[in-house]
Design a protein around this ligand. Structure first.
Ligand SMILES: Nc1ncnc2c1ncn2[C@@H]1O[C@H](COP(=O)(O)OP(=O)(O)OP(=O)(O)O)[C@@H](O)[C@H]1O
Length: 228
């Protein structure tokens, strides 16, 4: 069987923060529907890699190609449209908007994309249901547990039907049970919707949920073998 064409490809990425090199020639491929864990020690460049792949930060050198399009060829407007429609992002601390209810947080990406309010709220409610937090939809994020907040953040990341979810230490602030619930929910939803996941983690138990693992060392990547 031939290998599927990668959805996202990075070649020779280099990025420095001031005089601190974070990436030095990192190359990686993410296939459609694949769950890929990027591991590595603290400071090895994992978050910087995610930011470059998600088009949040432009690398100093190298290229990122998403579905045949070079991200560095896109102007800010196109790039932000691509991020809004094709990508979802989850961070270590869900970064829900504290003033909005959980439902409005989950509906926000759709509202920003111009979906009408009733439809956006319906879809957001369905995703919250899928992640087991519909009962909390009228609460503010500050009233949720850490695990509930992360599951609401996952609903927000998936509500637009992205092709790729970028998850930066999504369980980093959780105890192990809540972390397992978040990972199980993420993997299940990704499999069901065919969404690829780029998962940044320093936790081997979390990496074990992935199909494949690559390790960042000195700003470049090496395969760490198949984990599942
Ligand atoms: N905004 C910044 N300004 C200056 N240096 C930075 C900045 N962001 C990252 N760095 C440095 O770049 C290197 C890579 O950081 P990065 O956050 O990508 O690593 P990481 O593997 O995600 O680390 P961690 O696991 O601790 O979050 C580190 O040396 C870090 O100190």
């Amino acid at each position: 069987m031939s290998r599927p064409v990668p959805l996202l490809t990075a070649r020779g990425l280099a990025k420095a923060h001031g005089r601190t090199p974070a990436l030095r020639g990192a190359s990686v491929e993410l296939r459609p529907g694949e769950i890929l864990a990027v591991t590595g020690a603290s400071g090895s460049g994992k978050s910087t890699l995610l930011h470059c792949l998600a088009g949040i930060v432009r690398p100093d050198e190298g290229s990122v190609t998403y579905d045949g399009r070079r991200l560095d060829d896109l102007d800010e407007k196109r790039l932000s449209e691509l991020r809004r429609t094709e990508f979802g992002v989850v961070f270590q601390f869900g970064q829900l908007i504290p003033e909005l209810t959980v439902l409005d947080n989950a509906a926000l990406p759709l509202l920003l994309a111009g979906t009408d309010r009733a439809r956006a709220r319906d879809l957001a409610g369905e995703w919250l249901e899928r992640f087991g937090v519909r009962g909390q939809q009228d609460l503010r994020p500050g009233e949720l547990s850490g695990g509930q907040a992360q599951r609401a953040a996952l609903a927000r990341a998936l509500v637009t039907g992205p092709k790729v979810v970028f998850a930066d230490e999504p369980t980093g602030a959780l105890d192990s049970l809540a972390g397992e619930q978040v990972m199980t929910a993420l993997v299940h939803a990704a499999r069901e919707s065919g969404t690829a996941v780029l998962l940044i983690t320093h936790d081997d138990q979390v990496a074990a949920y992935a199909d494949r693992e690559v390790q960042l060392r000195d700003g470049s990547l090496a395969a760490a073998g198949v984990t599942a």
